[in-house]
Design a protein around this ligand. Structure first.
Ligand SMILES: [Zn+2]
Length: 273
């Protein structure tokens, strides 16, 4: 990550961290600094471990595809501005599928569950990803950039937008309701993503968007009518014991009932609807 992007992320994080404590959307379950510290340590370990591999392999793939003239956008011959916009839109749409797959494929879910195991939700949760999840996302990112024919600059632009947007929609920031509804037409708001962190399977397995809210609507997986105070954040069946760094990193390797139970409850919920 460049110094500029790190500085931008740090500024956005600090601003949201202060704002969400002044204007909270949901009552904080855990106001302590320990939880935030755990999330930041996991972030440092994960991004530190994967950054070099990610950068080398993904940027290497972009350069390889460019040299060989491979990818939908290159074949389309679209002007640079159009290709840039389409790159961001199509990367966002394919990332929607990746997030959906993370909830459907047991191996991916094990690692993604470490992100969902946070018992509260704020800007720090946006950075809490297991290194295994980031590592597993590398082959998918290679397929994305090669198949779509995304150039290096649009890729960096999209990654920067993703960073800012995930900090924003994981935050516990209350927006004025009219602004929230207006933004919700095009993008994912904290209110909508909060529902994605619910323990109820029908809510947990909805709202997969990152930048745009269009994809959830397109696939009939957008859930908005949930009172924020009614959301119980975490995983189905998870205990309320706080997870430190090591226990969070151990989540994918445990065999608690909630991980298998989530799928069964999901099926039962779908059948009863
Ligand atoms: Zn998720």
């Amino acid at each position: 990550m460049s110094v500029l992007r790190f500085t931008l992320a740090a500024l956005v994080f600090v601003t949201l961290y202060l704002a969400e404590r002044k204007w909270p959307l949901r009552t904080f379950v855990d106001r302590g600094l320990r939880r935030v510290g755990v999330n930041l340590v996991i972030a440092a370990l994960s991004f530190g471990a994967v950054a070099l591999i990610y950068g080398t392999i993904v940027l290497g793939s972009v350069n390889w595809a460019e040299r060989h003239g491979i990818g939908l956008l290159r074949w389309s011959g679209a002007p640079t501005v159009i290709a840039t916009v389409l790159s961001v839109v199509l990367l966002d749409y394919t990332l929607w599928h990746w997030h959906w797959l993370n909830h459907r494929i047991p191996l991916l879910w094990r690692f993604h569950a470490a992100h969902h195991a946070d018992l509260d939700l704020d800007a720090s949760t946006a950075l809490r990803f297991h290194p295994g999840e980031l590592l597993l996302s590398v082959p998918f990112r290679v397929i994305q950039v090669v198949a779509l024919g995304v150039a290096a600059r649009p890729l960096v632009l999209w990654e920067t937008l993703v960073l800012v947007f995930i900090l924003f929609h994981h935050s516990n920031l209350r927006l004025p309701s009219r602004l929230d509804r207006l933004l919700g037409f095009i993008m994912i708001t904290p209110r909508v993503h909060g529902i994605h962190h619910s323990r109820r399977p029908a809510e947990l397995h909805s709202n997969f968007g990152t930048l745009s809210s269009v994809w959830d609507r397109l696939h009939g997986l957008r859930v908005t009518e949930v009172a924020q105070e009614a959301i119980h954040i975490g995983l189905p069946g998870q205990s309320d014991d706080r997870l430190g760094v090591l226990k969070s990193l151990a989540v994918p390797f445990q065999r608690e009932a909630w991980r298998i139970g989530a799928r069964d409850e999901d099926r039962n919920a779908a059948q009863s609807q």
